[in-house]
Design a protein around this ligand. Sequence first.
Ligand SMILES: O=C(O)c1cc(=O)[nH]c(=O)n1[C@@H]1O[C@H](COP(=O)(O)O)[C@@H](O)[C@H]1O
Length: 231
Amino acid sequence: MSCPTPIIVALDFPSREAALALAARLDPAQCRVKVGKELFTRCGPEIVETLQGQGFEVFLDLKFHDIPNTTAMAVKAAAELGVWMVNVHCSGGLRMMRACRETLDGIAGRRPLLIGVTVLTSMEREDLAGIGLDVEPQQQVLRLAALAEQAGLDGLVCSAQEAPALKAAQPRLQLVTPGIRPAGSAQDDQRRILTPRQALAAGSDYLVIGRPISQAADPAQALAALLAELG
Ligand SMILES: O=C(O)c1cc(=O)[nH]c(=O)n1[C@@H]1O[C@H](COP(=O)(O)O)[C@@H](O)[C@H]1O
C-alpha cells in the first residue's frame, strides 16, 4: 500500500543501528524514508532491503551524476533493488537523463520514480556564482526543469520556494522538496527553505525532512506534530 502522506524522512545516520532505531519509531503508513549517501556508503543495499521489508517505501538518494551509460546502469541497479524513488543530477545533461529514462522503460514491473536534482537547497546566488553560474537559483532551476521534462523524468528535487514557478512552467513534474524547516527551527546548512505548511501551499508534492525529525528529542512526536500542522 502506498503511503498517503507527503513526508519523506531522511535517515541521515552513520550506522545501521541508528537508522533502524529511528525507523522503529516511524510508521510506514505515515511517512516514507530516504536513504542517502552517508547511510548507503556505510551499510550498502542491505539497509534498503531491510527498510522495505519493514513496509517502508524508500527514496534512494544517491544523486547519480556521471556519463549516460554509467548513470543509467546505476539507476537500473536501484530499480532492481525495488526502491520507490531514485534521483540523478539534472546537470548531467539531457542525454544522461534520457538514458536513465530509457533504461527504466525497458524494465518490466514496478519502476522507481526518476527524479532530477536541480539546484541544491543549500545553495544561494553567490554559491552559483562561485561555480561560474551568474544566475538566480530559480532561473537555473527552471532551465534544468525544462531539460528534465524533455528527458521524460517523473519529477524534480528543488526548493519549495521554486514550486509555484515550476508548477506553472512544468505542471507534469512532481516536486520533491528538501530544505523544509518548521518555524523557529535551525536552518543548519540549508539556504532556500520554507516551513512544511508553506511548502505544501506552494505546490510541493513531497517534503523531505531530516534533522527536524531525526535530531528531535522525540522523533515520533516531531513527525506527529508535522502531520498535524499539515492537517
Ligand atoms: O536530494 C535530496 O534529497 C536533497 C537535495 C537538496 O537539494 N537538498 C537536500 O537537502 N537534499 C537532502 O535532503 C535532506 C535534508 O535534510 P535536513 O536538512 O536535515 O532536513 C538531506 O538528506 C539532503 O541530502
